[in-house]
Ligand binder design. Structure first.
Ligand code: SIN
Length: 354
């Protein structure tokens, strides 16, 4: 009995000291850098991932979130990830071209996604998987696709017809598809880091831009843009990526816990994205600084016709098979919706239905 008691004290002591060692050991730090405000779909989801990761690893992992380009701007952040200066990012899907993975520009093709169902099936299916595989030789692992929303056009002049774009300097992300899109509209595209857009608009370095409402509002672009056209002409979303060496070097149990935390943060992100964009639009309307114009169906048809040649132009670069596969997913979704007439939403085409 005495021996048993002694043994248990010894075992408890051992467990305790191991526990103390575990607690006092330095946590694994994940620096998660991004360029948007904390109160956006991406910003909130980064914070959600931090919360889940830290709780579920009992503090063995610490996630430091750096929003608003605090650490790095667009171009620099991917280099920093490859060098291991940060471990996690969620760049817009439009920013992978300079890395040499041009197929990501698939997501930039104007009017390619008629609705979010099509988009999610593309992200979560074979296409999304194949795109992530292309990152691995660059020392990057793709963990998840996060949503933001369909983009709207803004400028200091009304943008109602294609002719209104003529000669306008429009800020774009670093994507050749977006460059071609703006050229097809007669505008003059200017690549610029997200952190510089507000002052460039304010100082007239550029005349206008495109973004989902949550980005436009949280960067206060409405204060320096007199006109906004709800055109839903293109899409903006994210790939959450990590440094491959860092990720593969994590203890297996930690990596599994983080993967699950990422899955849950992704569900959270997709659930809030549309609402954040709707709230941002309402806030812009309330601010009264910007005239909001809803592009009518007849003009969407005209914009669609003007922008569709961009798909053809990029077949070789993005891959015809990828583009055709998205069309097929869109057709499948459409067919399934048509087979359920009771649940079908009234739909204006072209343009996304949510
Ligand atoms: C982002 O949402 O990460 C930024 C998008 C942009 O650069 O326009």
């Amino acid at each position: 009995m005495k021996l048993a008691a002694l043994l248990s004290v010894f075992i408890l002591g051992l467990a305790g000291s191991t526990g103390v060692r575990a607690q006092s050991a330095e946590p694994i730090v994940i620096k998660f850098s991004h360029v948007v405000a904390p109160n956006t779909p991406k910003g909130r989801a980064a914070d959600e991932f931090k919360k889940l990761a830290e709780q579920r690893t009992n503090g063995r992992v610490r996630v430091e979130v750096y929003p608003n380009s605090q650490l790095y701007k667009d171009r620099e952040e991917i280099e920093a990830l490859q060098l291991g200066a940060v471990q996690m990012l969620a760049p817009s899907l439009s920013k992978f071209g300079p890395l040499g993975v041009r197929a990501f520009e698939l997501f930039d093709l104007p009017y390619i996604f008629p609705n979010k169902e099509t988009l999610y099936r593309v992200m979560d299916g074979d296409i999304g998987k194949r795109l992530f595989e292309m990152l691995e030789p660059r020392g990057i692992i793709g963990l998840a696709y996060w949503d933001n929303g369909f983009k709207q056009m803004s400028a200091n002049r009304p943008l109602r017809s294609i002719e209104d774009f003529k000669g306008l300097k429009m800020r774009i992300q670093s994507s050749k598809v977006l460059e071609a899109q703006m050229k097809a509209l007669g505008a003059n595209p200017q690549v610029m880091a997200f952190s510089e857009v507000y002052s460039a608009l304010q100082q007239g370095v550029v005349d206008g831009t495109e973004n989902p409402m949550s980005n436009l509002y949280t960067q206060k672009m409405h204060e320096v843009q007199k006109h906004l056209t709800l055109s839903d002409h293109g899409y903006l979303g994210y790939a959450v990526i990590v440094n491959k060496r860092f990720w593969e070097g994590l203890p297996a149990d930690i990596r599994a816990t983080l993967e699950k935390a990422m899955q849950d943060a992704t569900e959270f992100e997709r659930a809030i994205a549309q609402r954040d964009n709707d709230d941002a639009l309402a806030a812009v309307r309330r601010a009264g600084t910007t005239e909001v114009y809803v592009l009518p169906f007849r003009d969407r048809v005209v914009w669609h016709r003007a922008l569709l040649p961009v798909h053809k132009e990029f077949e070789r670069i993005i891959g015809r098979d990828f583009i055709q596969a998205v069309y097929q997913v869109a057709a499948d979704v459409e067919k399934e919706k048509a087979a359920q007439p009771a649940r079908q939403e009234p739909k204006e085409r072209p343009g996304p239905s949510r």
